[in-house]
Design a binder for this molecule. Structure first.
Ligand SMILES: Cc1cc2nc3c(=O)[nH]c(=O)nc-3n(C[C@H](O)[C@H](O)[C@H](O)COP(=O)(O)OP(=O)(O)OC[C@H]3O[C@@H](n4cnc5c(N)ncnc54)[C@H](O)[C@@H]3O)c2cc1C
Length: 455
């Protein structure tokens, strides 16, 4: 038992939930890349006031504070690399208000993404953000990373649905920016400064979120192509089809070589796959499906457009399982989330394969094509440190490609600890300086999630 743990237990109320860290609370999805933290204590507060008390204590005693949601992050942002106290939001799971007829919900940060979606859906409304690990990730974590997902193409990323935030900021003050009102242009947009700030500016304790009526029908169309070029032309054709697809996803041939056998229909091996979806009323979805089928047909080896609910659910289940299936190929992988303008997607897909080949690594990518967002992966055998080092070098080259193509080193997962200096390559010095000043303004002692986002 550390001195910090003892002091916290002694000085804080019981609802701060202070205890020893569990091994699983010192890692996130970056564990296969060798990232493991250490912490003197975990606090699992039940209330906003208790979160503020923990922060106040840490700020007074110069102890680092690391906010933690579901631990599904791919950038190491929830890993306490510099020790200190992990603040887990897992017990803040209340729905403070839910007004389906007014299309809004007020949820605490620890509510799981999938639970929130289910609560909304049961009353006929919909929370569109659908990041892949929704059963484990928290709303607070989604806000802190500004998480995307397949439907971000039409509906936007998490931040687009946040109208208000309750945040504990250093040295331990509770602020509320925005609320149930849908519009607010009074001040600088502090709300969206906190969205995507990866726990470096404050701890999100609750959020007002916008909802919309759920679409009556969602109909996917999947096209399979012999080349990257043909697949990427189909993606642009879908965008030019005259309807707004709800999602535009892709999987390159190298990915499909591993996962096409589990597709719910027969597919030519190693084809480049494009999945699009039309949604809306039944009539809109049917008309959209027809337009998308037409757009995907030129150059395709096969176009498949399931209509039965079971077949549609099976297709999306298959898509959600891709990440885990690819993990299983070698036991480990280094995966990045670069994003480029959609007309440069083919170049980024090809560059991923070329960079992998140059380093003798098996490479592949899949992702949110409409948003130009690639999950570029380099496979490594679990425990092969030499291959891991090569893959990290390959990732650095990939970041260079993303920036050269006019894109970003992170379209989804944030910079975390893994990419914490990368903004310098992407932004001009003055912009990086302003970014650093914002951090200093919120957190003058630099105790909030040190090492994340900024080096
Ligand atoms: C299989 C799989 C699929 C995925 N698919 C997607 C996807 O489609 N789109 C996508 O964007 N991401 C995806 N991810 C990544 C991950 O799920 C998201 O980044 C998610 O938003 C992280 O939420 P979390 O609650 O797990 O946060 P954590 O991993 O616990 O934390 C992430 C960061 O947010 C901070 N944080 C967490 N909670 C708070 C809070 N309450 N206040 C302040 N800071 C906080 C942490 O300090 C850390 O920096 C996927 C991950 C997996 C494993």
């Amino acid at each position: 038992v550390t001195a910090t743990l003892e002091a916290l237990r002694r000085e804080l109320p019981a609802d701060a939930g202070v205890r020893e860290p569990a091994a699983a609370e010192l890692v996130d999805q970056t564990e296969p890349r060798g990232l493991r933290g250490r912490a003197e204590a975990v606090a699992e507060p039940r209330t906003t006031e208790a979160v503020a008390a923990v922060m106040r204590w840490c700020y007074e005693h110069d102890v680092p504070i690391v906010p933690r949601g579901g631990g599904t992050g791919y950038a190491g942002g929830a890993v306490p690399t510099e020790g200190g106290v992990v603040v887990s939001l897992a017990r803040m799971t209340a729905i403070r208000a839910f007004d389906p007829l007014l299309w809004r919900i007020h949820a605490e940060a620890g509510v799981r993404t999938a639970d929130l979606r289910r609560i909304a859906r049961a009353s006929g409304v919909w929370f569109p953000p659908d990041p892949g690990a929704a059963e484990s990730s928290h709303i607070g974590g989604n806000i802190a990373t500004n998480a995307g997902g397949p439907h971000a193409f039409k509906y936007g990323v998490t931040g687009a649905w946040v109208t208000g935030l309750e945040v504990v900021v250093p040295p331990g003050d509770v602020i509320r920016v925005g609320g149930a009102a849908r519009k607010d242009v009074a001040g600088y947009d502090l709300r969206h400064l906190i969205v995507g700030s990866e726990g470096t500016l404050g701890i999100v304790t609750a959020a007002w979120l916008r909802l919309i009526p759920a679409p009556e029908r969602s109909l996917p169309v999947i096209g399979l192509y012999p080349t990257v070029a043909a697949g990427c032309e189909a993606i642009q054709a879908a965008m030019a089809s005259g309807i707004v697809p709800a999602a535009i996803e892709y999987l390159d041939g190298a990915t499909m070589a591993y996962v096409s056998s589990t597709l719910p229909f027969r597919a030519p091996p190693g084809a480049f796959a494009v999945i699009v979806e039309a949604d809306g009323s039944v009539a809109e979805a049917m008309a959209g499906r027809e337009a998308l089928e037409e757009a995907l047909r030129p150059g395709a080896a096969t176009v498949h457009a399931p209509l039965e609910n079971d077949a549609i659910a099976a297709l999306w289940r298959w898509r959600s399982g891709v990440s885990i299936a690819i993990n299983a190929v070698r036991g480990s992988r280094v995966s990045e989330d670069i994003a480029v303008p959609v007309d440069r997607l083919a170049e980024a897909v090809t560059a991923t394969l070329e960079i992998g080949a140059r380093h003798g690594l098996e490479a592949m990518s899949w992702g949110h094509a409409g948003d130009g967002n690639l999950h570029s992966s380099f496979l490594v055998d679990a425990g092969d440190d030499a291959a891991l080092a090569l893959a990290e070098r390959a990732s650095d080259e990939l970041f260079g490609v993303a920036i050269a193509l006019g894109g970003t080193v992170s379209g989804e997962h944030g910079l975390g600890v893994l990419k914490n200096g990368q903004l310098r390559g992407q932004w001009p010095p003055r912009a990086v300086e302003l970014h650093r000043e914002v951090k200093r303004l919120f957190d003058p002692k630099g105790l909030l999630n040190p090492g994340t986002k900024l080096p």
